[in-house]
Ligand binder design. Structure first.
Ligand code: RIB
Ligand code: CA
Length: 356
């Protein structure tokens, strides 16, 4: 099998880290480099966090390049309230000293595309680097294979405003420029942005039970994941009353490898940049505006199939071992209420039942 060449553009970021773990443990992908962009944390901090992740994975051979320090036009707003002051759930892991991030992410993207030909980009943060690549190196776009972007929202609600998802809310002008390029640029007109939006990523909930299972599979990897997600769990409980945390970015990597994980629709999509709805993705799947369909929007996914995909690769255990446990854990979460009711009904059937 020929591994597909990929650059991961990200803003690590707790879920970005989980996505990097999945990518670097998947033989279907050859990760040529990691570029960071201002998003969850400043690009420089993202570079440190990417290196910490690569060191943990013993993959410091993968180069890290720092990208744009601020959005194209808007003031930069980070997401340290969600990911912690250090971007890794305030785990405050030590910086990697033996390897340092390099400057020039956009040049790295352009040079690598032109040298390697047919390279895909998986964008897990705001699209600022990608917009700069299009603006400054349009010739490189002829070597772009696919763009997978975690961002946007089709029919789900936003997470930064009622309608906008953080990556496109943080830099709506960049997102607009990228989607427009897939509508107009001769190198991209026949391609689509694969939009891995909140409609599908909200389905991917990492729960305490799943983290406990991961710790059973590997104390070292499980402990790392537990350490960086604790803060994220607390945020989700306070913000959304959820026990667990939505891990958006790994689904973009999983989908790149296995398209059967998600269903989707083709649509012309534009991104709002003004007014209260800035950052909103406006999709026209029915062709009302008679525009070419510049995006493939993911609309459905299978959380259990994803979690099996993630765990088998990151922990190196066979699906036959993982599947029954996931059925117990993931059904148990939903089924717990049923089991409790079942227990109550058991009493009802025997002598003296629980009071109605
Ligand atoms: O809205 C979720 C996205 O914004 C994720 O990629 C998260 O890491 C942040 O970048
Ligand atoms: Ca991200």
């Amino acid at each position: 099998m020929n591994a597909r060449k990929v650059i991961i553009d990200c803003d690590p970021g707790i879920d970005d880290v989980l996505a990097l773990m999945l990518a670097l443990r998947s033989p279907e992908m050859e990760v040529l480099g990691v570029t960071t962009v201002c998003g969850n944390v400043p690009a420089a901090q993202g570079g440190e966090n990417a290196l910490k992740t690569l060191e943990f994975l013993k993959r410091l051979d993968v180069p890290v390049y720092l990208g744009e320090a601020r959005p194209l036009r808007r003031a930069y707003v980070d997401a340290t309230d969600t990911h912690g002051a250090d971007g890794l759930g305030e785990s405050f892991l030590p910086n990697v000293e033996k390897v340092r991030p390099k400057e020039g992410a956009v040049d790295f993207l352009a040079e690598t595309l032109k040298r390697e030909k047919q390279v895909s980009i998986i964008a897990l943060g705001p699209l600022t680097n990608i917009a700069r690549l299009i603006e400054c190196h349009p010739e490189a776009l002829y070597s772009l294979d696919e763009l997978i972007s975690m961002g946007g929202s089709y029919k789900s609600h936003g997470n930064c405003s009622p309608v906008a998802e953080y990556n496109y809310w943080c830099d709506p002008d960049a997102a607009k420029a990228v989607y427009e390029a897939f509508d107009r640029h001769p190198a991209l007109r026949e391609k689509q942005v694969h939009m891995v939006g909140l409609d599908v990523t909200r389905e991917i909930l990492l729960t305490p039970n799943l983290v406990e299972y991961m710790c059973c599979l590997s104390r070292e990897i499980g402990a790392f994941i537990r350490k960086i997600t604790r803060f994220y769990f607390d945020f989700h409980w306070k913000q959304e009353g959820v026990i667990g945390c939505v891990i958006n970015d790994p689904l973009a990597v999983a989908y790149f490898i296995d398209r059967s994980l998600c269903d989707g629709i083709d649509a012309y999509t534009q991104v709002e940049t003004e007014g209260n709805s800035f950052g909103q993705t406006l999709a026209d799947p029915y062709g009302i505006w008679k525009k070419e369909k510049n995006s493939h929007i993911l609309t459905k996914t299978d959380p259990m199939k994803f979690m099996e995909f993630f765990i088998t690769r990151v922990f190196g255990v066979p699906a036959s071992q993982v599947r029954p446990i996931l059925r117990q854990i993931m059904v148990e979460n939903a089924g717990k209420l049923v089991w409790a009711q079942k227990e109550a009904s058991l009493f009802d059937e025997g002598e003296g039942g629980a009071e109605e």
